[in-house]
Design a protein around this ligand. Structure first.
Ligand code: GMT
Length: 372
């Protein structure tokens, strides 16, 4: 198949998932065309079946807001025509679903019929999309998509709750390439972060409000009272300066490292002992799944789709939003004894395998086939 993939090329989960999907499809001999405004961060290897088409959004003195969506539709038309695409798969509804609708209509005039599949990822529905600034366009373009998928049952339910959707939404969970996350820890790396063999606690995100970064710091502060530990913050975003200030005020700065955006998550996860995900909402929680795949247990909230991946008391623990006390107790329970930690690690890795790339990618292929 010749598949066009549209996504945000940044470190966000939707872009990561879309890129990993494209790479997996290319490895299965499909021809994959990424249509994005930058090289996707996870698109870091050569593959003869992968093509990258950059969307240029020219500026002009008249434009306070250069029309990305128009440029994107034009790029989709161009790639679809010149590379004879069989379908377009757009990730994150805003504005990719409406841009795809426009492209589809233009192609129809040229006698080309091309199915559009829209995958909903999270805040495109639960936060941004629901806002009345976007809702009518999001609703219309979802209904005009040939198929809609959501990354969890919870996100599907939320979509039906807030939008008038006239067709079914298929749930296709996020996936992980388990083999990639089975890395041996690099001792030298571990030593740099935890020179005295302290436990390593990890949080990775785009540091937005929805992630509740202060709760991460508070949980870590409680862990530190009970045992030697270091906290690694991976990623960057609007809440980072506040988090740094909070760590200084709590006199924790010496035990916390902000390492910024990182591409080699598997190496960082390989030296980590616990992943913290205190979000007020996660449609799925791909970062937590990647942690589990690397054998890192997860302390999280029970928000959104997280209960679809976590096994309470087995792969980690889930607590109500903001229940820092319970999250801290659970974290300490996991980290205190080596034997307990090892059991959690084993179970986390085992359960993550149910979301392995080989189980999930065929679900997308099967969906594509239905529309060809
Ligand atoms: O919605 C976001 O925060 C951004 C979004 C993205 O595009 O990066 O992340 C969402 O998509 C991921 C991949 O499907 C999910 O694993 C994340 O849980 C989800 N984030 C939220 O729902 C907050």
């Amino acid at each position: 198949m010749r598949i066009g993939i549209v996504c945000y090329p940044t470190f966000g989960g939707s872009g990561v998932l879309a890129t990993e999907l494209g790479k997996a499809l290319a490895n299965k001999n499909h021809q994959v065309h990424f249509i994005t405004y930058q090289q996707p961060v996870r698109l870091n290897e050569f593959n003869a079946n992968i093509f990258y088409h950059e969307v240029h959004v020219p500026t002009y003195p008249l434009f306070d807001y250069p029309p990305y969506e128009t440029a994107l539709s034009s790029a989709m038309v161009d790639v679809a025509m010149n590379h004879k695409l069989d379908l377009l798969h757009v990730h994150y509804a805003i504005p990719h679903a409406s841009a795809a609708y426009m492209a589809k209509k233009i192609l129809e005039k040229e006698g080309i019929k091309i199915p559009v599949i829209t995958t909903l990822h999270g805040t495109d529905i639960t936060l941004v999309g629901r806002d009345k600034t976007y809702a009518p366009v999001v609703t219309f373009s979802m209904n005009e998509s040939d198929a809609i998928t959501a990354v969890s049952q919870n996100l599907k339910d939320e979509t039906f709750k807030f939008f008038k959707i006239e067709k079914d939404i298929e749930v296709i969970h996020n996936f992980v390439d388990v083999s990639r996350f089975r890395k041996k820890p690099i001792d030298a790396f571990r030593k740099v972060i935890a020179p005295n063999n302290e436990r390593i606690v990890l949080h990775a995100s785009n540091f937005r409000k929805v992630k509740r970064i202060p709760d991460v710091v508070k949980v870590f502060a409680e862990i530190r009272k009970e045992l030697p530990a270091k906290l690694l913050f991976v990623g960057d975003g609007p809440e980072r300066p506040m988090a740094e200030e909070m760590c200084r005020q709590l006199d924790l700065y010496g035990d916390i490292r902000f390492v910024g955006k990182q591409e080699q998550m598997e190496e960082i996860l390989a030296v980590s002992d616990l992943f913290l995900l205190t979000s007020e909402y996660e449609s799925f929680g791909l970062a937590a799944l990647e942690a589990m795949a690397a054998g890192v247990p997860v302390i999280s909230t029970n928000a959104g789709g997280i209960p679809e991946i976590q096994l309470q008391g087995k792969t980690g623990y889930m607590s109500n939003l903001g229940d820092v006390k319970e999250m801290s107790e659970h974290a300490i329970h996991i980290l205190k004894e080596d034997s307990v930690l090892q059991e959690f690690k084993k179970r986390a890795a085992k359960h993550a395998a149910t979301f392995d790339i080989h189980n999930i990618v065929p679900q997308y292929e099967e969906l594509y086939n239905r529309f060809l």
